[in-house]
Design a binder for this molecule. Structure first.
Ligand code: GLN
Length: 246
């Protein structure tokens, strides 16, 4: 028992964290499959991000306590100290980097445009959406891209699922969102009334975010990420959710 305790203390001290095992208050927004979503059977939050942070916490000797909230509430909650870290498929952007600190990237993503198949001939490039209504999730890079389209009216929903429903109901011309999430939706829902444009827009990297200046936690998370990449855990989790290696 004593030995195990000493080993834990040493392990977390070695990887630059606090001297003893901590509970990481992790903020996420669990409607973003396959990264974070509610497992309908177990009623627990699951997904790629959840397994990554669990693996990182195991490597750093910490515990995870999950806080599920709106995507636009994540950064304010970090700043207020309600959570320690976000793991929420959050893209590292220069604007966000002014407000929080990000870990090394842990996933490479990009944005895609989802339309109704019936509109395939009408919408073939970004320019075709000028002056249309576009849907996205609130506070996301998809919403930011939609807002850059000339004269577009943008409706931002709390969850991406609502945006998908609005598109299907004809309430908007397109949904702009992260490509892996749209691909997962298309495959899992077997929805063939909608399709994506072939272009991938805005290459993006996901990072975990901590409160600005929280270097101790940032270093610890980066060490944990490094360790799970070195020991094969990252590849195993990646293959489980995406079927391939990154
Ligand atoms: N990657 C996008 C962003 O950071 C969307 C994230 C999300 O909705 N969870 O804005």
């Amino acid at each position: 028992m004593v030995k195990k305790f000493v080993a834990t203390v040493l392990a977390s001290a070695l990887i630059g964290g606090s001297a003893c095992a901590a509970t990481l208050n992790v903020g996420t927004e669990a409607t973003f499959a396959p990264f974070e979503f509610m497992d309908e059977k177990t009623k627990e939050v699951t997904g790629f991000d959840m397994e990554i942070i669990e693996a990182v916490a195991k490597a750093t000797g910490d515990k995870v306590r999950l806080h599920n909230m709106g995507f636009d509430g994540l950064i304010p909650s970090l700043q207020a100290g309600i959570i320690d870290v976000t793991v929420a498929a959050m893209t590292i952007t220069p604007e966000r980097q002014k407000r929080v600190d990000f870990t090394e990237p842990y996933y490479q993503s990009g944005l895609t445009i989802l339309i109704r198949k019936a509109d395939a001939a009408k919408y073939t490039d970004l320019k075709a959406f000028e002056g249309t209504r576009l849907c996205a999730q609130i506070g996301t890079t998809g919403a930011m891209m939609a807002n850059r389209v000339k004269d577009a009216k943008v409706t931002e929903f709390n969850s991406i699922t609502e945006a998908f429903m609005e598109l299907k109901a004809g309430g908007c011309a397109a949904v702009i969102n992260d490509k892996p999430v749209v691909d997962y939706y298309l495959v899992r829902r077997g929805d063939d009334s909608v399709m994506t444009l072939p272009q991938v827009f805005d290459a993006e990297n996901y990072g975990m975010a901590v409160k600005k200046g929280n270097k101790a936690l940032l270093d610890k998370l980066n060490e944990g990420l490094k360790e799970i990449k070195a020991n094969g855990e990252y590849d195993r989790i990646y293959a489980k959710w995406f079927g391939t290696k990154q």
